[in-house]
Design a protein around this ligand. Structure first.
Ligand SMILES: *Cc1c(COP(=O)(O)O)cnc(C)c1O
Length: 402
C-alpha cells in the first residue's frame, strides 16, 4: 500500500478492524486490490451486491438516470420513486412504500408506523416484542430493538418500548404480550447470529398470536429479501404475510436504499409529516432499485438461485465432512458453516484473504459473524464455475488455517 493511502486511512474513524488491502475495482464475483491481486468475493458488501460488483444492469441504470435527474427532494414527485414503489407493492401484496437510505432507517419506519397504529387503534400501546440475538441496525432505536450481544452496554440509555423474547420460542413470546404491546418484529433468518432460520411453526405461531392479540407482524427482510433466500422475500417460504416489511441491502444492488412497506390498515394511520428524510425516494437510487427488482424478481432467476443454493449447500456439507467441520445452515444463498472449537472463523477468514498464499494467487473474501461460524453470501448470479472455485479456495484456506 502506498504512503498516501495510509495517511488518508488515518482520517477514517476506526469503526471496525479492517484488513490492509485497498480495494480499487470490482466486476461480478471479483474484487481487485491496489496491487492488482484478485479476490473471489463471497461477502459482496454484506449481501448488498445481489448481482455482483458493477453489474451491467445497474451500471446501465446509473448511467441513464445520472444524466436525467438525481434528486428532486422529498417534497416533489420524481418519476422513479413511484415506479419502484409500485413494483414493490405488486411484488409483495403490501399497500404502500416509504423509501429510506438504509436498512436501519427502514426498520425505524416500521417501528414508527407500529407506534402510530398503537396510538390510533390500541389506546397508545407501543411496545414491540423482538428477539434474542436479533440484529435490526445501528440507529439508537434499532440497536435497542436488537438482541445482539454487547449492544445494550454501548450507548445507554436504550430507547424504551422493546421487550425481548427467545427466538424460536413461542411461549416466551406470548408471555411478554400485555395491553401495551402493539407488534412483534423479527428476522426470518438471523444473519448476524450466524444464519439461524426461524422454524415454520414459530413463524406461523407468531402470525396466530398477532391475530389473537391484534398485533402487527413486522418482518425485517433487509438481509433475507430481494432473492437472497431463493424467493423474492423470505416470508414466501413460510406462507406468512407481514403487516410491515423492511428492505435494504440487496434492494440497491450496491447503492444505498432501503424501504418500509406496509399494509393499507397501517398506512391509513399515517398523516403527511409523520415520516420523511431528505434523500428518501432519491431518483438515482430508485432507478437502480428498479433495475435490481426487474432482474431478481423474475421467476427464472429465482429458480436458478434455488438450484445454485441447493447445489452449493450440498457441496459445502461434503466439504464439512471431508474436513471434519460442523453444521451447514442456509436459506438460499445466505449460508453459514460452523467450525470446530479448535478452529476460529477469524483464522479461516484471514487465511482466505491472504491472496499471495492462496492457490493461483487468488484470495477469497468470507465473513465470520460468530467466533466459530463462517458466513457466505455470494452474488445471486454467480456462475457455477466460480462457485466451484470458491469451494476449492475455501478448502485451501481451512487447511492453511489449521
Ligand atoms: C444489515 C441489516 C440491517 C441494517 O441495515 P443497514 O443498511 O446497515 O442500516 C437491519 N436488519 C438486518 C436483518 C440486517 O441484516
Amino acid at each position: 500500500m502506498n504512503a498516501l493511502s495510509k495517511t488518508e486511512l488515518q482520517s477514517l474513524m476506526p469503526i471496525t478492524q479492517r484488513p490492509a488491502q485497498l480495494f480499487v475495482r470490482g466486476q461480478g464475483d471479483w474484487l481487485w486490490d491496489d496491487a492488482d491481486r484478485r479476490y473471489l468475493d463471497w461477502v459482496q458488501g454484506w449481501a448488498v451486491n445481489a448481482l455482483g460488483h458493477c453489474a451491467p444492469e445497474i451500471v446501465e441504470a446509473l448511467q441513464r438516470q445520472s444524466t436525467r435527474l438525481l434528486h428532486s427532494g422529498p417534497g416533489l414527485h420524481n418519476d422513479q420513486a413511484p415506479a419502484l414503489a409500485r413494483a414493490l407493492t405488486d411484488a409483495s401484496g403490501l399497500a404502500q412504500v416509504f423509501f429510506t437510505n438504509s436498512g436501519a432507517d427502514a426498520n425505524e419506519g416500521m417501528i414508527k408506523l407500529a407506534r402510530k397504529y398503537g396510538q390510533q387503534h390500541k389506546l397508545g400501546a407501543h411496545k414491540i416484542i423482538t428477539f434474542s440475538d436479533s440484529f435490526h441496525g445501528r440507529t439508537l432505536a434499532t440497536m435497542s430493538a436488537s438482541g445482539k450481544p454487547g449492544f445494550a452496554a454501548l450507548f445507554p440509555p436504550a430507547v424504551p418500548g422493546f421487550a425481548q423474547a427467545r427466538y424460536n420460542d413461542l411461549a416466551s413470546t406470548e408471555a411478554l404480550i400485555n395491553e401495551q404491546t402493539v407488534a412483534i418484529m423479527l428476522e426470518l433468518v438471523q444473519g448476524e447470529a450466524g444464519v439461524i432460520p426461524a422454524t415454520p411453526e414459530f413463524v406461523q405461531g407468531l402470525r396466530a398470536l398477532c391475530k389473537r392479540h391484534r398485533l402487527l407482524l413486522l418482518i425485517d427482510e433487509v438481509q433475507t429479501g430481494m432473492g437472497r433466500c431463493g424467493t423474492l422475500f423470505a416470508h414466501q417460504h413460510y406462507g406468512v404475510q407481514p403487516d410491515l416489511m423492511s428492505l435494504g441491502k440487496g434492494l440497491g444492488g450496491g447503492v444505498p436504499i432501503g424501504a418500509t412497506l406496509a399494509s393499507a390498515a397501517v398506512t391509513a394511520c399515517l398523516a403527511p409529516g409523520d415520516l420523511g428524510g431528505t434523500f428518501n425516494g432519491n431518483a438515482l437510487v430508485c432507478a437502480v432499485g428498479q433495475a435490481v427488482l426487474a432482474t431478481v424478481g423474475k421467476p427464472d432467476f429465482l429458480a436458478h438461485v434455488r438450484d445454485q443454493a441447493a447445489w452449493l449447500a450440498a457441496e459445502l456439507a461434503a466439504l464439512s465432512r471431508r474436513q471434519s467441520l460442523g453444521v451447514l445452515r442456509h436459506c438460499g444463498l445466505l449460508l453459514a458453516l460452523d467450525l470446530p472449537a479448535t478452529l476460529t472463523a477469524e483464522r479461516v477468514v484471514n487465511a482466505a484473504r491472504d491472496a499471495a498464499l492462496m492457490p493461483g494467487g487468488t484470495g477469497l473474501l468470507i465473513n465470520g459473524p460468530r467466533p466459530h461460524t463462517l458466513r457466505l453470501m455470494p452474488a445471486l448470479n454467480s456462475p457455477r464455475e466460480n462457485l466451484l472455485q470458491g469451494l476449492a479456495l475455501l478448502e485451501a484456506a481451512i487447511v492453511a488455517a489449521r
